[in-house]
Design a protein around this ligand. Structure first.
Ligand code: PA5
Length: 448
C-alpha cells in the first residue's frame, strides 16, 4: 500500500518556519464540517466516485474477453477527464506490469498527433474507444468523425465492431448514435464528473484491454477510502494532505508541484494537474462572493528537472508546496558496472543500482528543499502496480473534494471553461452562435 510521508509539511528541525503540528488543532471544527458536508453530498448522490470500488466490472471483463485476439492496440479518443486517467494508468503500468497490448490516447485536435498514432498502429488490429460524457465535445467529436470515416472506408462490412463508445447512459448526441448504429457502449455515470471518472468505465475499459488488473485497482481505491474514514486526521492521508495544502495556500503558497521520481508516473502528475486546477481554481465561493482561489499545479520530473527546476524551487519565491512521488522497488533495474575503478570521479557509482541513485537523488532534493525552508511531501509507492495506483487515484480525488470544502467552493463544476467553448462554437460556425461570432469579429476588427 502507498504511504504518505508528510514530515516536511510540518515544522521540524530541518524545516523552519513551516506549519507547526499544533496549528492543525485550530482547524478541527472546519475539518469536521468539511467531512460532514462530504457525507451529506455522498448521501444525496453527487459524489459518485466514492462508490466506484463497488461497481460491477463484469461487463468490462466480458467485453474484453469477447474481443478478437487480433486486436493488439486500442486508441482512446477523449480529452480532459475522458483521457488523462487512461494515459496515467497505462503509462504507469505498461512496463513494470509487462502489459502486452498497447494504448494510444488521442486527446487533442492536433493533426500531426493523429497522423503519428495512425502511423504507429495497424488499423486492422486496432479497436477505438471514443469517450465523452457530454457526447458533444468538439475535440473528441472531430476525431470520432475522422475515424468513423476511415473505418467505414477500410472495413465497410464490419467497421462497427472496431468502435466502442463510452458516454452518458441516456443523454447526448453520442448515446443517440449508439442506439441508432448499435455500437458497443459503456457508461460515464451521471454522478461522476469527468476528472473524477478514471475508476469508472472511462478508465477501466482501456485498462482491462491493456491487461491491467482492474479488480486490484478498485481494491486499492477502496483501501484508501477506508483510510479516509480515520477520525484522527494524522492517520488520514487524503484529508491531512488537503488540510495542509489549504493552510499553505492561506500562507501564499499558490503553486503545487508534483514531481515523480519515476518516468512511469509522469502522466499521473498530468492527471493530478487537471484534477487540482479545474476543481479548485474558482472565482466565487459557495455564497457567491468573489474569492479568486486556487493553487496552480505544476509537474516536474525527477531527476531530469533537478537540472532545470530545482534552482527555482530552492532559491526562487517560497510559494510552492512540492510533492514527490517515489517508487521503492522497480521490476526493471540496472546495476551500474564499475568500469573505471581507479577514477574516484565515477567509481563511487559502481556496483550501485540505478534505482538507488534515483532514490538517493530524491532524498537529496528533499533535504536541499528543507534546508531552504520549502515544504515538501513524499507519496511512496512500494512498487508500481494496480493496487497502489488505485489507492493514489482515490487519495487525490478525495483530497480534492475535501480541500474544496475547506475553501468553500464547488470542486465539481468548471464554469470558467464555458467561455472558450462558446467562442469555439461561434468561430466554427455552429448554429445558434451567430451573435457571439459577430462580437468576436467586431473585437478582432478593432484590435488588430
Ligand atoms: O472534468 C471535466 O468535466 C472535463 O475535463 C471533461 O472531462 C472534459 O471537458 C471532457 O468532457 P467530455 O467527457 O464531456 O467530452
Amino acid at each position: 500500500m502507498i504511504r504518505f510521508q508528510y514530515r516536511n509539511l510540518l515544522s521540524n528541525p530541518y524545516l523552519n518556519p513551516a506549519i507547526p503540528a499544533s496549528r492543525l488543532v485550530n482547524f478541527a471544527d472546519k475539518v469536521v464540517s468539511a467531512r460532514q458536508q462530504i457525507e451529506s453530498d455522498r448521501k444525496s448522490g453527487i459524489l459518485g466516485f466514492y462508490d466506484l470500488p463497488e461497481q460491477d466490472i463484469s461487463p468490462i471483463i466480458d467485453f474484453v474477453h469477447s474481443l478478437d485476439d487480433s486486436f493488439a492496440d486500442m486508441v482512446v479518443l477523449g480529452i480532459g477527464g475522458s483521457a488523462l486517467g487512461n494515459k496515467a494508468l497505462y503509462h504507469a503500468l505498461k512496463t513494470e506490469q509487462g502489459l502486452k497490448k498497447r494504448i494510444f490516447v488521442y486527446d487533442n485536435v492536433d493533426p500531426v498527433q493523429l497522423f503519428e498514432i495512425l502511423d504507429a498502429i495497424k488499423l486492422e488490429n486496432t479497436i477505438f474507444n471514443v469517450i465523452t460524457k457530454s457526447g458533444t465535445t468538439a475535440e473528441t467529436m472531430a476525431g470520432y468523425m475522422i475515424l468513423v470515416d476511415i473505418l467505414k472506408k477500410k472495413f465497410p462490412q464490419d467497421y462497427h465492431r472496431r468502435l466502442v463508445i463510452t458516454t452518458d447512459r441516456e443523454k447526448g448526441f453520442l448515446r443517440q448514435v449508439v442506439k441508432d448504429q448499435n455500437y458497443a457502449s459503456f457508461v460515464v455515470p451521471d454522478n461522476v464528473g469527468g476528472r473524477f471518472s478514471v475508476l469508472s468505465d472511462v478508465g477501466l475499459l482501456s485498462s482491462a484491454f491493456a491487461g491491467i488488473d482492474i479488480k486490484a485497482l478498485l481494491s486499492g481505491a477502496a483501501q484508501m477510502r477506508e483510510q479516509s474514514e480515520q477520525s484522527d486526521i494524522m492517520q488520514n492521508p487524503p484529508y491531512l494532505n488537503g488540510l495542509l495544502h489549504f493552510l499553505y495556500m492561506r500562507e501564499g503558497k499558490n503553486i503545487s508541484v508534483m514531481m515523480p521520481y519515476s518516468h512511469s508516473l509522469y502522466d499521473f502528475a498530468d492527471w493530478y494537474r487537471q484534477l487540482w486546477a479545474e476543481s479548485l481554481g474558482k472565482r466565487y465561493d459557495l455564497r457567491g462572493r468573489e474569492i479568486y482561489v486556487g493553487q496552480t499545479p505544476v509537474k516536474a520530473l525527477g531527476t531530469t528537472d533537478q537540472h532545470s527546476q530545482i534552482q527555482l524551487y530552492t532559491e526562487g519565491p517560497n510559494d510552492k508546496v512540492i510533492t514527490f512521488l517515489s517508487v521503492e522497488h522497480f521490476q526493471h533495474d540496472y546495476v551500474i558496472p564499475n568500469i573505471h575503478p581507479d577514477r574516484e570521479e565515477v567509481s563511487y557509482l559502481g556496483g550501485k543500482k540505478l534505482s538507488e541513485l534515483l532514490n538517493a537523488e530524491r532524498l537529496a532534493t528533499e533535504i536541499a528543499l528543507c534546508k531552504a525552508g520549502r515544504p515538501n511531501a513524499n507519496l511512496i509507492f512500494p512498487e508500481l502496480n494496480a493496487q497502489n495506483l488505485g489507492a493514489a487515484i482515490m487519495m487525490y480525488e478525495m483530497q480534492t473534494v475535501f480541500t474544496g470544502k475547506l475553501l468553500q467552493i464547488n470542486p465539481l463544476d468548471q464554469p470558467g471553461v464555458e467561455a472558450g467553448k462558446i467562442a469555439t462554437y461561434a468561430l466554427m460556425g455552429k448554429n445558434g452562435y451567430q451573435k457571439e461570432l459577430a462580437e468576436i469579429k467586431n473585437y478582432i476588427d478593432n484590435h488588430t
